[in-house]
Write a protein of this length. Structure first.
Lengths: 684, 534
């Protein structure tokens, strides 16, 4: 019997999902995380989980792991002492960046912390030209001296980023050989490996972040691997990446910069799969936690992959799911500013001291306090009764705020929810409207501890009429680990006019990328029948500097492929910018290949229909503020775990479960689908 | 659905305004063709009321607010509201006709109609790298002057207007593509406002706009009221590449309760492109006051209400026709220094030492092998002033501009220029307990014969320090090592192989240099940083 296990290690809890490949029943549990050494919590979760399910470690056929090790090291600046080698004359580019100041009006704002100090940034004589030819050869002696200096300074990692290395890696390769001779222990990050793309600053920044995180990730992964091995795991463990796929531990340790969105990306993958079985593949995901919300857009079941984004203020050129984060969570604090307007977040009360109702000293009301006041969340205890709270403290905090606004208490609490909704809606418009998609064509999939509480308001704000709440909204990321494939991305930049391109050119570039992908398939031990390649070209009008990603149809590359690229580009340009420039020349810029190794996924079992009557799941009722009702309405409370497929619940209703609360407002109906997903729709 | 107006609705609608102007800006940058817009982001977007009051300006380039202040009011004088139709588009750039603050900043505006009535305007401006290598004795030498003019009527382009404009441009293909991107950006703004009005009701959105302006006004009043009453003065030196003589500019700043009055003294307007049109002076004052009083005040018309601004017409800081204005940003940077210098006496703990005080510009132009012309303009960052509690920032755009640099890998692909170095000017930041930010050294090699035109200030004067801090070092322009190679005309020919070098000024230091800790001095030494000395 074969088992698959997914372990998502977060700041507070380590979530585990275990599935038996034959019966497909998902088992879930949580253990406390061990932030000082996350591998301890993970191994404990692994061992406990297996013993609880009565499974031997030998029977585990797949191990997937999501981690915040890289993200936390970057946020808290706990990477290693790093050296940088650049083309002579350009060592300060890392600090100059794009020469913009960090805040337009606030002179006290600072740039993000420099990951390599100036004394460890060394220029070396070498220079390529824009056609890849050599203007000045690499001065090998100068390079050796630089490496010896960095070694003497005690760096643990070296980043090398030369101008035009995306066109030719010859100088960077030679530099790598010399560094390997002089300082073999150093973690080495080459820009031609990590981000072989146009725009030198962003490539440099990515290469440096990768070096800075490298030894941290390498140490973490090797310790965890050996502990898991000691615990009896016999298969190679995998780690999730920002692109929504997993890769082997060794690959992740070599390019840690690709794991920075490891956590949120698996939530998106799980949402994608749940949408698939439900038959809804146009989705906007809304993952709301204590301090922030992550949103993403899935069209036809796919989340767009972006080639570049700022992560914790550092620009990175690495394939990432297009996930946008906004500082709006349950702990976000509400206040009145000097002009008399109500503001919510981004400051958060976090888990400690938490919302005012925890009684640990928070004076200003949070989003959670607003829900407690309005009784959308249980006014006596959270977490299914495990955590008692004091609604009077929420009320007192809310009253102080209401007095300053000259509004009623309930109106103020209701206003806080409106504003947090508006902030989140702004993030969703950014990933939908601003990318040419109308949110009204999408269903909202809400998860995370606070997502289902606010989903109905958010949907109304955006004009969306359908909401999906998965069965286990609080552990969706761990579930996603069992639903994802092995995946990695390759890219090459070569600017060429579409009109002058021949299919053979295109085929040659992609063949080079496919060679790299085949090496990776071999290293990961992916069987030929499980190998998949998908191809994209980043295109623009000659003269523009921002490209649009266009899919290349499957099959051999011929004249039809070029025609398909042209059509795809024009359609996207019209959708994004509202016009096409008839007759203007189109360029192909960057060629991208995504390699996927299919793995068998956890199946989602369907349960038999039990009819519309949900009364068996009703556990009580309480007055709940419903804006649609204009005040408090006596509202039935349901236990999520008792709901069966086919059950129908008319709003107003509250559906409670351990990890979240779902609000069904008047005018909406909740239906339970065969996979125990809740589907909220406007009542007809 | 019309919702009642309360602080919550106002906040929600305000956030929709700001997301619309951001979206307009992103579309403009991504669809444009010239390097100055697509990579350097020298453009701004905004929404206005029907009468032309600023509802919301995106956080792009503070100087560009000056292009928006009078565009719609002056347009409405020529085109009465009843003559406007959905799908009209207006273009303009002339400072004396309400079109902008200098001729290369081309403004485009499209009226927003909701339920058949004029609701407001989507407006943007972009700095077109054109009108290059011109004279600056008066505005007629600086480029084509365009008053607010209808370029598109009912959705139909007025081809003859476009032909007239493009004939006056040195790089017409780029202009056409950029104008198209500007129009597309406004179109998005129009759509977003129409959607917003459909959701909330046009009366609610209008009322929220009024409330947001009142809100910005309240915040500005609250900020000023928190400052002590009194009158302060500050003077500074102004010189540039074309103005070797040191001119004196000064401000008298008076705070009374919730109001602030600023009176500027400056010499008579000069026969050089350094004069400041009143709207540019307004935009500068709004920026400089907001950055000290409360950087979070919303960028709309309300914040101006508690401020009064006076300068004698016909002087450098309030010029009249036909004064040349192309380099007005040099003088505007000095106006920021004046205001901050005065406010440093009021709230010393909130004001930084002077930033580099210049927008160093290098504008290259030449002829392509096919006979077409090319123009490449860039502005180069300097050091910001030391803060009262920390060092200044190295290599950042300061105050009235905030454009990006152009990636070298894009620059060399488009123009016959090779970049030899781009690094900190190590000895440029003023010494002090806290050091002024370092300027930049940027070195180019011409790979074909071409012409370079420069602009810059603080070439012989220095950015002042505060509380005993030392001034930052001056900037320079050199050809083959010679700082005198470019005369007061501000331009010179480069032969293939010539080396052109730009050094930008550093920021002033803050506090007595003796107060800098040994730990920091040691780190400075390791980083190869040599503070500018008195």
């Amino acid at each position: 019997m074969a088992w698959r296990i997914g372990i998502d290690s977060g700041g507070t809890f380590t979530d585990v999902c275990l599935v038996d490949e034959d019966r497909s029943e998902v088992q879930i549990w949580k253990v406390r995380s061990t932030p000082d050494d996350p591998s301890r919590g993970i191994v404990q979760a692994f061992a406990e989980g297996l013993s609880r399910a009565g499974v031997s470690a030998q029977d585990v056929a797949f191990f997937g792991h999501g981690t915040t090790v890289a993200t936390n090291a970057l946020i808290q600046h706990r990477g290693v002492k790093t050296g940088l080698i650049t083309t002579a004359g350009f060592r300060d580019l890392l600090a100059i960046a794009r020469q913009k100041r960090p805040h337009l009006y606030d002179m006290s704002a600072d740039k993000p912390q420099e990951l390599v100090t100036r004394d460890l940034r060394l220029g070396v004589s070498e220079r390529l030209r824009g056609d890849g030819s050599v203007e000045a050869p690499l001065d090998e002696e100068e390079l050796r001296t630089a490496v010896r200096h960095l070694r003497a300074e005690g760096v643990e990692a070296i980043a090398v980023s030369f101008l035009y290395a995306f066109l030719s890696d010859r100088h960077e390769r030679r530099a790598a050989e010399i560094i390997a001779e002089e300082f073999p222990q150093a973690f080495l990050s080459l820009s031609s490996d990590v981000a072989p793309e146009f725009r030198e600053y962003e490539r440099l920044s990515t290469t440096v972040v990768n070096a800075y995180l490298g030894p941290v990730m390498r140490g973490y992964v090797s310790a965890l691997k050996s502990k898991l091995h000691d615990a009896g795991l016999s298969v190679a463990p995998n780690l999730t990446q920002s692109n929504g796929g997993v890769a082997g531990f060794d690959h992740a340790a070599r390019v840690p910069v690709r794991t920075l969105l490891s956590g949120p990306s698996t939530g998106v993958v799980a949402a994608q799969r749940i949408g698939q079985v439900t038959g809804i593949d146009n989705l906007i995901t809304f993952d709301m936690g204590g301090t922030s919300s992550d949103v993403a857009l899935l069209t036809g079941g796919n989340c767009r992959l972006v080639a570049e984004a700022d992560v914790h203020r550092y620009p990175l050129k690495t394939p990432m799911l297009d996930i946008h984060t906004v500082g709006a969570g349950g702990g976000s604090i509400a206040r009145v500013d000097s002009g008399g307007l109500l503001k919510v977040g981004p400051r958060s009360a976090g888990a400690h001291p938490g919302p005012a109702c925890y009684g640990l000293g928070t004076e200003d009301p949070t989003v959670t306090d607003a829900n407690v006041v309005l009784q959308t969340q249980n006014p006596k205890a959270l977490l299914n009764g495990q955590m008692p709270i004091d609604r009077d403290l929420s009320l007192a905090a809310m009253q102080r705020l209401a007095d300053r606004l000259d509004l009623g208490v309930m109106e103020t609490a209701d206003g806080i929810l409106d504003i947090v909704t508006a902030n989140t809606a702004k993030a969703i418009r950014l990933i939908s409207v601003q990318r040419g998609h109308d949110p009204r064509d999408y269903a909202l999939m809400a998860f995370g501890g606070a997502g289902p509480v606010h989903a109905a308001r958010l949907a109304a704000e955006l004009g969306m009429d359908r909401i999906l709440i998965p069965r286990t909204p609080g552990v969706l990321c761990a579930l996603g680990l069992l639903l994802t494939d092995l995946r990695t991305d390759y890219a090459a930049t070569q600017i060429r006019l579409l009109d002058e391109a021949r299919p053979a050119h295109l085929a040659e570039v992609f063949e080079g990328l496919a060679d790299q992908a085949r090496d990776w398939f071999a290293r990961e031990g992916i069987a030929p029948e499980a190998q998949r390649l998908s191809l994209h070209v980043d295109m623009r009008y000659a003269g523009q500097n921002y490209e649009i990603a266009v899919d290349l149809p499957e099959g051999p590359i011929d004249e039809d492929s070029l025609a398909a690229l042209r059509e795809g580009f024009l359609a996207r340009h019209e959708q994004l910018y509202g016009f096409v420039a008839e007759g203007d020349a189109i360029q192909m810029v960057t060629y991208r290949l995504q390699a996927t190794g299919l793995v068998s996924k956890a199946q989602m079992p369907a349960y038999p229909d039990a009819g519309p009557d949900a009364s068996a799941a009703q556990t009580g009722q309480r007055p709940v503020w419903m804006r649609e009702a204009g005040g408090f309405a006596e509202t039935p409370i349901y236990d999520r775990t008792l709901l069966r497929p086919g059950n129908l619940i008319e709003g107003p209703a509250i559906i409670d479960q351990l990890d979240t609360t779902t609000v069904v407002p008047p005018g909406m109906t909740a239906r339970v689908d065969p996979y125990l997903t809740l589907i909220l729709e406007r009542s007809t | 659905m019309t919702r009642t107006l309360n602080p919550v609705t106002v906040e929600v609608i305000g956030s929709a305004f700001s997301s619309a102007v951001d979206e307009m800006g992103e579309a403009l940058v991504r669809a444009s063709h010239s390097t100055n817009i697509k990579e350097r982001r020298d453009c701004s977007t905004a929404l206005c009321t029907a009468k032309g009051e600023i509802l919301c300006q995106a956080e792009h380039i503070p100087m560009h607010l000056g292009s928006f202040l009078q565009f719609v009011p002056r347009l409405l004088e020529a085109y009465p509201a009843e003559d406007l139709r959905p799908g009209d588009v207006f273009i303009g750039n002339d400072p004396y006709a309400g079109g902008g603050t200098h001729l290369p900043d081309i403004v485009m505006a499209e009226p927003i109609f909701v339920e058949g009535a004029l609701f407001g305007w989507a407006i943007n401006t972009a700095h077109h790298s054109d009108f290059a290598d011109r004279g600056h004795a008066h505005v007629y030498q600086e480029g084509l002057r365009i008053p607010p003019t209808r370029l598109q009527r009912d959705g139909v382009r007025q081809a003859e207007v476009m032909r007239l404009f493009l004939l006056n441009c040195q790089v017409p293909d780029e202009r056409l593509s950029d104008l198209r991107a500007q129009m597309a950006a406004n179109r998005l703004g129009v759509l977003r406002m129409q959607e917003l009005c459909a959701r909330f009701g046009v009366e609610t959105v209008e009322a929220a706009g009024v409330a947001l302006m009142a809100y910005a006004e309240r915040k500005m009043r609250a900020g000023i009221a928190a400052l002590p009453d009194g009158t302060w003065t500050f003077s500074d030196i102004f010189e540039t590449e074309s103005q070797a003589e040191h001119l004196t500019l000064s401000v008298t700043l008076t705070i009374r309760g919730e109001q602030m009055a600023l009176t500027f003294d400056s010499p008579p307007q000069v026969r050089a492109g350094l004069n400041v049109i009143y709207t540019a002076l307004q935009a500068t004052v709004y920026y400089a006051v907001k950055s000290v009083v409360d950087p979070t005040i919303l960028p709309n018309a309300g914040l101006a209400r508690p401020l009064s601004i006076t300068a004698q017409p016909g002087t450098l800081l309030n010029c009249v026709h036909p004064a040349a204005v192309d380099g007005r940003i040099s003088a505007c940077q000095r106006v920021v220094d004046l205001i901050h210098g005065a406010l440093a006496q009021v709230v010393p703990d909130r004001v930084s030492a002077a930033a580099c005080g210049s927008v160093h510009v290098a504008s290259f132009s030449g002829t392509r092998p096919d006979g077409g012309l090319w123009v490449y303009l860039e502005t180069i960052a300097g050091g910001s002033g030391a803060r009262p509690d920390k060092d200044g920032l190295d290599a950042v755009q300061v105050h009235m501009t905030n454009t990006s640099n152009l990636p070298l890998e894009a620059l060399e692909a488009e123009y016959p220029i090779t970049l030899m170095a781009y690094e900190f000017a190590e000895d440029s930041g003023g010494d002090g307990t806290w050091l002024g930010g370092m300027g930049v050294r940027r070195v180019y090699r011409a790979d074909a014969d071409c012409r370079v035109q420069i602009m810059g200030a603080r070439l012989t004067s220095r950015a002042w320090g505060l509380a005993g801090g030392v001034p930052g070092a001056s900037g320079a322009f050199r050809i083959n090592g010679d700082p005198q190679a470019i005369g007061l005309s501000g331009s010179a020919d480069l032969a293939a192989g010539d080396i052109f070098e730009v050094i930008t000024p550093g920021g002033g230091g803050h506090g007595d240099p003796a107060g800098r800790s040994a730990v920091l001095r040691d780190a400075d030494a390791r980083a190869g940083r040599k503070a500018a000395r008195a």
